[in-house]
Design a protein around this ligand. Structure first.
Ligand SMILES: Cc1ncc(COP(=O)(O)O)c(C=O)c1O
Length: 388
């Protein structure tokens, strides 16, 4: 075996596996509607595309500073203040090749074998794999639909041990859409304040995509006493439909941002120069398109949730943010065995979704409603047909 022990600890992304299978079936001539993707179906805004062209034309094609251009770090600081309420100087912001890389570097830079990382489940697929790659142990904090897919302060307190190194929070969450209100974050903050060894990642990458009124709440703002231990992750992938540009940003204490930069200097170096220029335009340019996108996502969400809840055996709470719903299919498990078998059955009927078990959940599946309205309507019709 020529592979490292570290690699042997991680599995390939199962969301990608499902997308690949859908592609295979399509290549064989089958009509498959994919509701398994994690990216908006909207086009990248034209002012962002124009900025990328302008950067190319201006010869902006060389190495930049490893943690990002001065322009993008300043624009990201503006974003953290305007959109998340976080006051941070550009020096405490790092630009990476996607939010994923910022998370990867933060965890690799701080975890040792034997450390424990608390991850509320259902979780974003990459969190546990990155933790295991770093040699640390995943501690599952299970959540339920009834509990809004959010952990409680008591649950957090009970899970913390002397080995706990990180808590990974994701609000709005992938795959559940769960969104933490300010008072619940403050209650979690009270617990965390008593445990000074614990670092907290607040993955707010979906914050601009919320469907309930009121400002976004985030731990760095709700509990500023934790500032030396909170890393807030954000980006343009989801909010500006820029997944292919590979730009993510993170804000946190100088010691951690510096450590992430040290690692990044030997992995990828700077994020792509053209993409950085485009991201400046994304953060500094007009944001009004987001209102329309959120309206459309909200309407799709309402349609999908109502249609799913009308299918016997399926139920689904209303997600507050992001573009996913987590569907419970527990009553159908006697018929299908497990949720992967159910998802394969749905794929045979022309709809690709991802089993809840891929996210550390069970007996259900995630629907991404980042697809156009006609496709979504046809998809829920096919799901209903497949199950009756
Ligand atoms: C919760 C969450 N965090 C981070 C990311 C990473 O986004 P990217 O690396 O594309 O910026 C994703 C993407 O799917 C996500 O769902």
């Amino acid at each position: 075996m020529m592979l490292s022990k570290a690699l042997a600890r991680i599995a390939p992304s199962r969301t990608t596996a499902m997308t690949d299978r859908a592609i295979e079936l399509r290549a064989a001539g089958r009509d498959i509607i994919s509701l398994s993707v994690g990216e908006p179906d909207f086009a990248t805004p034209p002012h962002v595309i124009a900025a990328a062209h302008a950067a190319l034309d201006a010869g902006d094609t060389k190495y930049t500073a490893v943690p990002g251009t001065a322009a993008l770090r300043a624009a990201a600081a503006l974003h953290f203040k305007r959109d998340l309420g976080i006051d941070v100087p550009p020096s405490q912001v790092i630009v990476s090749a996607g939010g994923k890389q910022a998370i990867f570097h933060a965890l690799l830079a701080t975890l040792d074998p034997g450390d424990e990382v608390l991850i509320p489940s259902p979780w974003w697929v990459s969190y546990p794999e990155i933790v295991r790659f770093a040699g640390a142990d995943v501690v599952d904090l299970p959540t339920t639909a009834r509990g809004g897919f959010r952990i409680t302060a008591a649950q957090l307190e009970a899970a913390i041990t002397p080995k706990t190194r990180w808590l990974l929070l994701n609000s709005p969450g992938n795959p559940t859409g769960a969104t933490y209100p300010a008072e619940e974050l403050r209650a979690l903050g009270e617990v965390l304040a008593r445990h000074p060894r614990v670092l907290i990642m607040s993955d707010d990458i979906y914050a601009p995509l919320r469907y309930t009124p009121g400002a976004h709440a985030t731990l760095a703002v709700e509990f500023p006493e934790l500032a030396e231990r909170v890393l807030t992750v954000s980006g343009v992938s989801k909010s500006h439909a820029m997944t292919g540009f590979r730009i993510g940003v993170a804000a946190g204490p100088a010691w951690l941002i510096g450590a992430m930069g040290r690692l990044q200097s030997h992995s990828s170096g700077n994020a792509a120069s053209i993409s950085q220029a485009a991201a400046v335009a994304a953060f500094e340019g007009p944001q009004d398109f987001l209102k329309d996108w959120c309206e459309r996502f909200r309407a799709r969400r309402d349609m999908v949730v109502a249609a799913i809840n009308a299918i016997p055996g399926l139920s689904c709470p209303v997600p507050d943010g992001a573009f996913y719903c987590m569907v419970d299919a527990a009553p159908l498990m006697a018929r299908f065995g497990d949720d992967e078998a159910l998802c394969l059955h749905l794929l045979e009927h022309g709809v690709a979704v991802v089993a809840a078990s891929a996210f550390g959940g069970a007996d259900g599946f995630r629907i991404s409603f980042a697809a156009d309205e006609a496709k979504l309507e046809e998809a829920v019709r096919r799901i209903a047909g497949a199950l009756t």
